[in-house]
Design a protein around this ligand. Structure first.
Ligand SMILES: *[C@@H]1O[C@H](CO)[C@@H](O)[C@H](O)[C@H]1NC(C)=O
Ligand SMILES: *[C@@H]1O[C@H](CO)[C@@H](O)[C@H](O)[C@H]1NC(C)=O
Ligand SMILES: *[C@@H]1O[C@H](CO)[C@@H](O)[C@H](O)[C@H]1NC(C)=O
Ligand SMILES: *[C@@H]1O[C@H](CO)[C@@H](O)[C@H](O)[C@H]1NC(C)=O
Ligand SMILES: *[C@@H]1O[C@H](CO)[C@@H](O)[C@H](O)[C@H]1NC(C)=O
Length: 402
């Protein structure tokens, strides 16, 4: 066979080159980058870069092309960043390759948040960088007063409000003053590959809290924190939580619900393939012990392992922090159609499953399937109040559900 001519090889090389150039050009021309360094942010964290970020956001959001607000590798010292939409395209990016460090002074923030995306449709927040919340001073305030009035409102690290089609992926968040990630009044949100860390004893440093939102996917994340790893608040539906490592922390919770009399419910939530390690709770539904018209229904918790978890499976309808406004009242939240399936591992408490439902609104259609929990190598126990449902495949005798 004849060897290909030099001409043919050159021709192929040329075609390849044209192909690469064409695609890199189309890539470049499709997206505009707005690096915060072009707007005055220094890479060494020595100036207050708040204005630089806000101005870079304006340019990004007002651009006609898909645009990316970019924080290159480096350290940025920043206060409240409120990124308002709507933007001119639905292809907005926030790429963080550096570290954003919040001011330590917790009185220096507005609207209870550090970084807020408000009213943005079509947003991708990504990169290998991190958010350093510098929560220590605020936790010290909380520790000193130990009640709900002594300190200002906590500052959430990253909030997404009134937004849709948002993807948040790959970021690390450390030492949040309050919640790490807060999603409210939003829909079509994907959160994945996050690494959220705060000390076990840091107050209210929830990993991800979602409320009044729908079509939410939270997956493949590693969460070690001082409060709930993930919590799902009122008015939330169509939620999938999967492949999460949680611990230490207070577990994955639906709640708190029922603080208010008029409250939207929570429905269609699936939590699966989660590993809990040394957490206070595993899977939990938590409601205030006071009147409310809210509800929880169609929830599945499945394929879960527990390692030394204090309350692996718990429904608690008697939440009443600081014993204010609720003692001796019953929760009005109606809990029904909840399945706990294929849950295994060890409880740090002899009662592995605890259902404390409301005397006036008992839990209904609760199912336990293949739940095998141990306490000190022995089968754990179950305790039930005001719960209707059934069980199969347990490693202990249970006659406690009606
Ligand atoms: C750039 O836009 C063109 C035309 O809209 C599209 O065909 C191409 O796939 C886009 N490239 C990238 C990298 O998004
Ligand atoms: C909270 O703690 C502070 C300081 O100990 C005290 O002055 C204040 O009255 C407390 N508030 C309540 C509601 O207990
Ligand atoms: C329940 O939520 C999932 C997302 O987790 C969604 O795919 C499904 O369609 C929802 N089911 C109903 C009945 O809305
Ligand atoms: C199990 O959990 C308890 C209570 O949280 C804790 O005190 C204990 O150290 C844990 N044990 C192990 C082996 O981690
Ligand atoms: C268990 O309860 C569920 C939900 O109420 C019901 O659909 C199912 O038929 C029950 N199973 C048994 C064996 O009673």
């Amino acid at each position: 066979m004849a060897a290909p001519s030099t001409n043919t090889i050159l021709h192929l090389l040329l075609l390849t080159l044209i192909y690469i150039l064409h695609h890199s050009k189309s890539f470049a021309s499709n997206q505009s980058y707005f690096p915060v360094t072009d707007f005055g942010a220094r890479l060494d964290g020595r100036n207050d870069a708040t204005e630089a970020f806000l101005n870079a956001w304006k340019a990004t959001c007002q651009s006609d092309k898909p645009s990316i607000l970019y924080a290159p590798p480096g350290l940025y010292s920043v206060g409240t960043l409120i990124f308002n939409g709507p933007c001119r395209t639905s292809k907005i990016g926030f790429r963080i390759d550096g570290t954003l460090r919040a001011f330590s002074d917790y009185t220096a923030f507005q609207q209870g948040t550090w970084i807020l995306f408000n009213n943005v449709n079509g947003l991708s927040i990504y990169g290998g960088g991190s958010l350093d919340g510098q929560g220590e001073a605020f936790w010290a305030c909380k520790g000193k007063y130990n009640n709900n009035t002594g300190c200002p409102e906590g500052v959430k690290t990253l909030s997404i409000g009134r937004s849709s089609n948002v993807k948040l992926t790959g970021l690390k968040s450390f030492n949040s003053k309050f919640f790490h990630i807060f999603v409210w009044a939003s829909n079509n949100i994907v959160v994945e590959d996050l690494y959220l860390v705060a000390p076990e004893n840091s107050p209210n440093t929830d990993g991800i809290h979602v409320q009044q939102s729908s079509d939410i996917i939270i997956r493949k994340s590693f969460i070690k924190t001082g409060d709930d790893c993930i919590s799902i608040g009122p008015g939330t539906y169509n939620v999938l939580v999967e492949s999460i490592y949680c611990g230490p922390g207070h577990g994955i919770s639906i709640g708190s619900l029922g603080q208010y009399e008029e409250e939207p419910g929570v429905r269609n939530v699936t939590v699966k393939t989660v590993d809990f390690y040394n957490t206070m709770n595993g899977v939990r539904i938590k409601t205030w012990g006071r009147p409310s018209n809210g509800y929880v229904s169609n929830v599945v918790f499945r394929d879960i392992t527990m390692s030394n978890v204090t309350n692996p499976i718990i429904i608690d309808q008697n939440y009443c922090p600081w014993q204010q406004g609720c003692p001796h009242q019953n929760s009005g939240i109606k809990i029904s159609k909840v399945i706990f399936s294929n849950i295994r591992g060890s409880s740090a408490n002899e009662v592995g499953i605890k259902f404390e439902c409301s005397p006036s609104q008992p839990c209904r259609a609760i199912q336990l399937k293949n739940v095998k929990l141990t306490y000190n190598q022995n089968p754990a126990m179950i305790s039930c109040r005001y719960v209707f449902g059934n069980s199969s495949g347990l490693n202990f005798m249970s006659a406690c559900m009606h």
